[in-house]
Ligand binder design. Structure first.
Ligand SMILES: Cc1cc2nc3c(=O)[nH]c(=O)nc-3n(C[C@H](O)[C@H](O)[C@H](O)COP(=O)(O)OP(=O)(O)OC[C@H]3O[C@@H](n4cnc5c(N)ncnc54)[C@H](O)[C@@H]3O)c2cc1C
Length: 295
């Protein structure tokens, strides 16, 4: 099936894109096209106009500035995958990138597009949640910064206004004694997650956990934080026992659905195991070694 006809606009600046968003009747934004183009082809999306961001060079960046890792709206999955900065300092991002879809999709798809798509099976939203990330949006009234915690409403629905676009995603740069990781279960290369867990921990000078963030993939109606598990970790020293308890609490807080790939109780068990493994990797990256769970 081919898409219904639509106008194709190619703005060269964010200001131009925002003006088009306001002026056009029911426009849709195109970034990497890896989710939108299939929806157009199957006529699940039938916009009158498409605003293609790909000529907006000012959105194409991945950098640390002013205490934040800043990911421009045209940064692609592959940019994260190949970045020395990410490999060196952002364990969860480095883990997640090669697990997203397949190389063809990673070459074109953007991190911001994935977050805007708000598919609860998407990987980046969990990473953003674990890191207390923010979504920077631009609309006719200027810029708005939305905490990731307040961004995801329902599957494919966010708090972004219709006339706003994402310009940047950002997370705080790592502190001393910080580690993060992402673990994902999928049936085969190229598949979305059956379950995934992104974690970030920060230790104090004595080696006690002072901050913990855990974001879960594909086990609720949106990507969600495992807040009970996070709270259980704060004040604890990283240990197999503390991570076991956090894994169990994360599983209890998840609400996966049974499907052809596994029943809900299996996915809950996987949340438990993936969270424990991610915590062990994060602790190691923060400077401690805690034995990994094997089952
Ligand atoms: C076969 C397949 C497997 C996949 N597997 C995975 C996976 O394992 N993990 C995973 O996380 N993802 C997966 N994806 C999704 C992939 O990561 C997409 O790249 C991503 O969901 C969308 O990014 P995009 O840049 O291609 O966005 P597009 O397809 O261009 O846009 C997606 C949506 O976001 C909106 N949008 C895009 N950019 C902006 C912006 N800057 N501001 C506001 N709205 C915007 C668009 O209007 C559209 O509604 C898969 C996709 C496919 C087709």
């Amino acid at each position: 099936m081919k898409s219904a006809p639509f106008e194709h606009h190619e703005p060269e600046t964010v200001a131009e894109a925002v003006s088009l968003l306001e002026a056009l009747d029911e426009p849709t934004i195109l970034a990497g096209g890896q989710s939108l183009v299939p929806m157009l082809r199957f006529r699940l999306a039938n916009p009158d106009a498409v605003i293609d961001l790909n000529r907006i060079d000012e959105l194409d960046y991945l950098e640390e500035a002013d205490g934040m890792l800043r990911i421009g709206a045209l940064a692609r999955h592959v940019d994260i995958e190949e970045s020395a900065l990410i490999a060196d300092r952002y364990g969860s991002f480095a883990d997640a990138a090669p697990l997203v879809a397949d190389p063809q999709i990673r070459n074109r798809g953007t991190i911001a597009g994935s977050v805007a798509q708000a598919d609860p099976k998407g990987d980046w939203a969990s990473v953003l949640l674990a890191h207390d990330g923010e979504v920077v949006a631009r609309g006719p009234d200027g810029e708005r910064v939305i905490p990731a915690d307040e961004f995801f409403l329902l599957p494919y629905d966010t708090t972004l206004d219709e006339n706003e676009m994402i310009t940047e995603l950002r997370v705080p740069t790592p502190l001393d004694r910080e580690g993060s990781a992402y673990h994902k279960l999928k049936r085969k290369t190229g598949d979305y997650a059956m379950a995934g867990s992104a974690v970030r921990i920060v230790l104090d000078e004595e080696g006690t956990i002072e901050t913990a963030g855990i974001g879960l993939t594909a086990v609720d109606i949106t990507n969600v934080r495992a807040t009970d598990a996070e709270e259980s970790l704060v004040g604890e020293r990283p240990s197999k026992e503390a991570f076991k308890q956090a894994g169990e609490l994360a599983a209890e807080q998840s609400h996966p659905e049974s499907d052809e790939h596994g029943d809900a109780s299996y996915k809950e068990r996987m949340v438990n195991v993936l969270t424990q493994r991610a915590l062990a990797d994060a602790a190691e990256r923060a400077g401690l070694v805690v034995k990994r769970v094997t089952a």
